[in-house]
Ligand binder design. Structure first.
Ligand code: COA
Length: 485
């Protein structure tokens, strides 16, 4: 990548020089200096842009083709980030500890002897090399990877990368174009040295205190906003840093703290915290129940949290099916069709119900009436009836229903993947669809599957060097200690 970029920049310089000639001709005719400048600028921009591809959309490679990632991630947050980059075409080389690998390979195992779904579903489209990063010969391989790659992504505990000797200064000296991207639990401050997992981030980022019911304990959510959410944030930081590097020629550090990532996703709750000063939060159902607000944004149960009140209502079969429910939103512009559907046409004009402010104090009673109607139909029948009138509703889909949903299969959001040791399994494909960079999901690598290929074809070590590195024990687990007799 580094060499290619150098070549490219030469081309750009030549192209710029060539573009100056016609610009001069035009400039002669132009009278004002500002006009001269504008012509020059437009012409330079035109010449700097690559020639437009004439290949069909989706047939001219991928968005991140040519980007090389040294993937030093483990568990969930980091791997989600590098998996996304791999789906966009980056060559992701996952470095794993010899013999063990990413700890998730052996966590929540469902098929004996096979990598767990935890691992396979977070590490598609990557290559795996095993390296003991603390072994001198392992360090030698890592150094070559640092020189070769554009981005190092890691989510070790605070200080672990430095303890391996891979400080920012060390990396940057060896490869000034290298982007070093990290997930940590907390940003700089009193908690910066703490190890953090998903639910710690959900609790410290404001999610748990605002999730659940007011009269119950704080709740964590099933969506992995701390891990996968931060991985997403980090991916955006990385592509932005790659973009900036095109201009500056140098790498930079990218840090995403899980607490910050969760808080970013809880932005509306910090909004509500500040609105409390102006009085009760009228869209919360507790307002209609005359329950006073405290000092902090309360847990909102299933209140919508936006300007359009909503709640989860029972549908036909709720007695036996834990997911026979629907999220119902009483969006103001569709209030009249809602009244007609539920058999309360009088509410359209009754001043007690006709306006959103009039409805706020009695939201729970209104939803109870709507529920009488939703209980007469299945959640999908309610959805069909409501969508015919543009009334937004959300049937509560179980993971079973999602796994079987053919429309999600058709878009590649749910994908079936074959794996040599576990067989076929389902995974979530790339949720970001691009018309000129089509994602294909390929299986996760076996531990160290690409070690030889990376040493020889990527890092260009000679056969004798590879033998030396291998014999040193830097790529294999330490021999098991014999038990005393
Ligand atoms: N070769 C040799 N040593 C290796 C290695 C390799 N290839 N890969 C990892 N190690 C070592 C590390 O250097 C570290 O050693 P050290 O403590 O002596 O410096 C050790 O393995 C453990 O790494 P660590 O990151 O501390 O793992 P952990 O299992 O103790 O902690 C987390 C796991 C997730 C709690 C921690 O990594 C963390 O807080 N990460 C940042 C936040 C985060 O991403 N959390 C969400 C995870 S989904």
């Amino acid at each position: 990548m580094a060499k290619k970029a150098k070549k490219k920049s030469k081309k750009v310089v030549k192209a710029k020089a060539a573009s100056r000639k016609p610009a001069k001709k035009v400039a002669k005719k132009a009278t004002k200096p500002a006009a001269k400048k504008a012509v020059k600028k437009a012409s330079a921009a035109k010449s700097a842009a690559p020639k437009m591809s004439n290949k069909p959309y989706g047939k001219d490679g991928k968005a991140l083709d040519g980007v090389k990632i040294l993937d030093f991630t483990h568990v969930q947050s980091g791997p989600t980030c590098t998996q996304l980059l791999a789906w966009f075409g980056a060559d992701v080389i996952k470095v794993e500890r010899p013999g063990v690998g990413d700890i998730t390979r052996g966590q929540l195992v469902d098929v004996k002897g096979a990598d767990s779904l935890y691992f396979t579903m977070l590490n598609h489209n990557k290559r795996s090399i095993t390296i003991d990063s603390k072994h001198p010969q392992g360090k030698r391989v890592l150094d070559e990877l640092i020189k070769h790659c554009d981005v190092l992504v890691e989510n070790f505990a605070p200080g672990a990368l430095d303890r391996m000797g891979l400080t920012w200064e060390y990396i940057h000296k060896m490869n000034p174009r290298m982007i070093v991207a990290s997930v940590k639990g907390f940003g700089p401050g009193p908690y910066e040295d703490c190890k953090v997992y998903e639910n710690v981030a959900q609790c410290t980022g404001g999610s748990a205190s605002t999730t659940g019911f007011r009269d119950g304990p704080p709740l964590v959510t099933g969506a992995q906003i701390g891990d996968s959410g931060t991985g997403l944030h980090l991916a955006l930081g990385i592509v932005s840093a790659l973009y900036q590097r095109n201009r500056t020629g140098r790498g930079q550090k990218v840090l995403c703290a899980m607490q910050d990532g969760v808080l970013n996703l809880c932005r509306v709750k910090l909004r509500d915290q500040q609105r409390l000063k102006a009085g009760p939060l009228r869209e919360f159902s507790q307002f209609g129940q005359n329950i006073p607000f405290g000092e902090a944004t309360p847990r909102a149960g299933n209140d919508s949290g936006g300007g359009q009140p909503g709640w989860i209502l029972k549908c036909k079969g709720w007695e036996n099916d834990p997911n026979a429910y629907i999220y119902f939103i009483t969006q103001a512009p569709v209030w009249e069709p809602i009244c007609d559907l539920i058999g309360e046409p009088g509410w359209k004009t009754d001043p007690e119900y006709a306006t959103p402010p009039a409805r706020l104090p009695k939201l729970m009673a209104i939803f109870a009436r709507i529920e009488e109607w939703t209980k007469t139909m299945t959640k999908l029948e309610v959805m069909e009836a409501c969508n015919a009138h543009d009334i937004p509703v959300g049937p509560i889909l179980s993971m079973k229903e999602i796994a079987e949903d053919q429309s999600l299969r058709a878009t590649g959001t749910v994908v079936e993947v074959d794996h040599p040791t576990r067989g076929k399994y389902l995974t979530v494909g790339n949720p970001i669809k691009m018309s000129d960079s089509i994602s294909e999901v390929t299986r996760s690598p076996l531990l160290g599957e690409h070690t030889d290929e990376i040493l020889s074809s990527v890092l260009k070590f000679k056969a004798s060097e590879i033998a030396e590195i291998k014999n040193s024990g830097a790529l294999t687990p330490p021999p098991k200690k014999e038990k005393a007799a």
